[in-house]
Ligand binder design. Structure first.
Ligand code: ZN
Length: 508
């Protein structure tokens, strides 16, 4: 296969440090990769959009120096933009609101408008800036998850005439031809083209299509794209974004299936995608797996041998516990569930939601089993090993849920001082995560995660104040035995004297 690549998701809160990026590229080449994609979105210092460059975004000068260094070592550094969907980083920056197709409430991917000429010019500016910094022949224009096609009045009118497929096809047909005219080769994600096959006829055949299938084989979809006359790169993923740490077996199977199908269907190669290292997942815990995938793809190494070669035997054993044994021990954490531990603990910005959803398992034998497995994994590795954070996350989650459960039992019995003591102690358990969050931030990982922890601690303090108010009311004149349910008391929607609490139902 021509291409053995992985893709680094800089767009999700990463601030790549030059020395670590250099090390990452060196280790990637050493593992057998011949290309690394840098997925940028708004995290690049575009000359045409200086208002979008938040602190820590990647400077063109870094790319110019590293690109030259690694071109001579046969490692390509390929830029990945987004120019239609996933423009939320631009749209949510002051000065970028005008790009939005429409409000897109509740959508993960926010789209710019493919019909307004000023939006097309904006995309051209991003492409121009990236071509000036990156030397690689390929430039990936994104194009995935454009979920708002045809939404704005102008696009709706066009969609009525020729359909959403035509809007997408004409937009990317134009941009791809412009890239070709500059002597480079455009690339696109294939999901929208697979969904809107009529758009394919607008796309120049020189465009490389990246077929991402994270939970299925790419055989059928890649065959369709190959039959339509396109070069294809098959894209599996390392499943960290949907788990507490990583679904190890599922990731390995997904990568192996992509390699087999890519080979059989004459695809250009395989690119392992990695996504969303924020909300308490971290590249520093996962890099050995990423490099091991390179060994597997480039040299056909046995998976375990590849992980041992990149992370050491102890890392491989701990990874097996975290990535296989723990998900097998808990229905809540099982393969196929969707990052429930991190979703309830951190993503919904109220850690009490984890207690609500996981208390039955976490407070019983399943919690005991998770703690025992976490202890076993921790004992294999030095105290300062990056993977200790992922282990600690599991331990903290169990201890937190158990602490809140006991606090609740005290609340039921009107033992408010004891309830408060338990909440203070459970908050201390949450705070065990801080050193690992700071270490990741200092290595270019999420700078928001330490603030997410601060926010969780404020939610605990707020709940303690509410418990005190209940205690005061109960002891006061005209005391009532009525109290809000503990679930309501710790909810974001809680309001004093809102006795029906219909805005505090769960987290909906
Ligand atoms: Zn529009």
């Amino acid at each position: 296969m021509q291409l053995t690549a992985w893709m680094y998701d800089i767009a999700r809160e990463q601030s790549p440090r030059t020395d670590l990026l250099d090390d990452m590229l060196a280790r990637s080449a050493n593992a057998g990769y011949n290309a690394v994609g840098l997925y940028l979105e708004h995290r690049f210092q575009y000359a045409s959009a200086p208002w979008a460059a938040a602190p820590g975004s990647l400077a063109p000068s870094v790319i110019q120096s590293l690109g030259a260094k690694y071109t001579s070592r046969s490692l390509r550094v390929i830029p990945f933009l987004n120019t239609l969907g996933h423009m939320e980083g631009f749209i949510h920056s002051e000065g970028g609101q005008w790009l939005a197709e429409d409000a897109g409430i509740g959508l993960l991917s926010l789209q710019s408008c493919p019909s307004r000429p000023e939006c097309v010019d904006f995309a051209r500016g991003l492409i121009r800036d990236v071509l000036a910094a990156f030397e690689d022949e390929w430039v990936h224009l994104g194009g995935d998850e454009a979920q708002q096609l045809g939404k704005c009045p102008r696009c709706a009118e066009r969609a009525a005439g020729g359909g959403a497929s035509r809007i997408y096809g004409e937009y990317y047909g134009l941009l791809c031809r412009e890239v070709l005219a500059r002597g480079r080769r455009p690339c696109l994600w294939a999901d929208m083209l697979l969904e809107h096959t009529d758009a394919l006829k607008f796309i120049p055949r020189e465009t490389v299509l990246f077929d991402w299938q994270y939970f299925n084989r790419p055989a059928e979809s890649t065959a369709r794209l190959r039959d339509a006359g396109f070069d294809v790169v098959c894209c599996p993923s390392i499943q960290t974004y949907n788990s507490a740490w990583c679904f190890l077996d599922a990731s390995q199977r997904n990568i192996d299936e992509h390699a087999e199908d890519a080979h059989r269907l004459g695809a250009l190669g395989v690119m392992v995608t990695t996504w969303e290292f924020a909300f308490y997942t971290q590249y520093r815990t996962t890099l050995p797996l990423i490099y091991a995938a390179g060994r597997r793809l480039a040299r056909g190494d046995d998976w375990t041998a590849a992980i041992i070669a990149e992370g050491g035997a102890d890392f491989a054993a701990a990874a097996q516990i975290l990535g296989v044994a723990i998900p097998s021990a808990s229905a809540f954490l099982r393969v196929g569930s969707w990052r429930q531990l991190r979703d309830r603990l951190v993503m919904r910005r109220n850690p009490f939601y984890l207690w609500q959803d996981w208390r039955e398992e976490a407070c019983g034998p399943v919690g005991d089993r998770v703690l025992a497995l976490a202890d076993e994994a921790a004992s294999l590795l030095p105290g300062a090993h990056p993977l200790q954070f992922a282990i600690e996350l599991h331990r903290v989650a169990v201890e937190w849920v158990r602490g809140v459960q006991t606090a609740h039992e005290h609340y039921v019995r009107h033992e408010y001082a004891a309830c408060e003591r338990l909440l203070v102690s459970a908050a201390k358990a949450l705070n065990w995560l801080r050193p690992g969050l700071l270490a990741a931030r200092d290595e270019g990982g999420s700078a928001a995660d330490p603030f997410r922890l601060d926010h969780a601690l404020r939610v605990v303090r707020r709940t303690i104040e509410r418990v005190r108010a209940v205690a005061t009311r109960e002891g006061g004149a005209g005391a009532s035995r009525w109290r809000p349910a503990f679930e309501t008391l710790c909810h974001d929607g809680f309001m004093e004297n809102d006795w029906a609490a219909w805005r505090s139902h769960y987290y909906k």
